[in-house]
Design a protein around this ligand. Structure first.
Ligand code: SAH
Length: 232
């Protein structure tokens, strides 16, 4: 079963929002597993210290490599094939493609940074793969881990009600999604586009495709360039 193991100094943040809605129901139903490991429990001194001042000076604190390594070694067994991720603004930006690949793995092991970050030597020694959720700085890796896990869990078999609804979404085809409409027909004088009321499936599919392309061109021309580069 797909299992997320999260190493954090705030285990109480989990499952948090992942305990609600579809992800929460799937968690309760045993369709996936989540464990939050308290990094502090792997500290050895009486103050349970997990951080120390940066070598070379400067502001803030750095997470100690020895404590993190002990926590990781307690979680990751010899036959554990799951990718070891470190949430980090310096990491490779997360994409839907990467999420899909992670759902095909046995799960993920995620280290959540705090303070100024993590001692470089534990990143190297345990070959942690740095993953970013975007070009902004959070106060810790926990919310980034929740984002990653949520994006994975909704793709696991049986989690989403309508199986098909995962397939036409933004990024699945390298495009952003077309606009949605539902009743009422007339909302403040604006009608649902005629084509969507036509019942003509081919025209509807063509309209949606054209809208996807238009919106992608306007908002995210970088995605179209990526498709051309991939020969799509
Ligand atoms: N000093 C660091 C920022 C530390 S923020 C720098 O300038 O790069 C503290 C922690 O929050 C990080 O260790 C990381 O685990 C997490 N974090 C912050 N922003 C993130 C992002 N965009 N994506 C993933 N994790 C992030």
């Amino acid at each position: 079963m797909w299992q997320a193991s999260v190493l954090t100094i705030f285990p109480e943040m989990f499952p948090g929002p992942l305990g609600a809605s579809l992800a929460g129901k799937a968690l309760a139903a045993g369709l996936w597993r989540l464990e939050a490991i308290d990094v502090r429990a792997h500290a050895t001194d009486k103050h349970r210290t997990v951080d120390d001042t940066p070598a070379g000076g400067g502001p803030g604190m750095v997470m100690k490599p020895d404590v993190l390594a002990r926590a990781l070694d307690a979680v990751v067994g010899a036959d554990d094939k799951r990718p070891l991720l470190l949430m980090s603004p310096r990491g490779v930006p997360l994409t839907q493609r990467r999420i899909e690949a992670l759902t095909r793995a046995a799960g993920v092991v995620i280290v959540c940074g705090r303070f100024e970050g993590v001692d470089q030597r534990v990143i190297a020694a345990r070959a942690l793969e740095e993953v970013s959720i975007g070009d902004y700085v959070l106060s810790g890796g926990e919310i980034a881990a929740l984002v990653l896990i949520d994006a994975c869990v909704r793709l696991l078999p049986g989690v989403m009600g309508a199986e098909a609804s995962g397939e036409e979404e933004s990024f699945e085809s390298g495009l952003l999604e077309y606009p949605h409409y539902t009743r009422p027909l007339d909302f403040e004088g604006f009608l649902i586009p005629e084509v969507l009321r036509s019942g003509h499936h081919r025209r509807i599919a063509e309209w949606r495709r054209a809208e996807s392309e238009r919106i992608t061109r306007e908002r995210r021309p970088d995605l179209l360039k990526g498709r051309i580069a991939n020969g799509e």
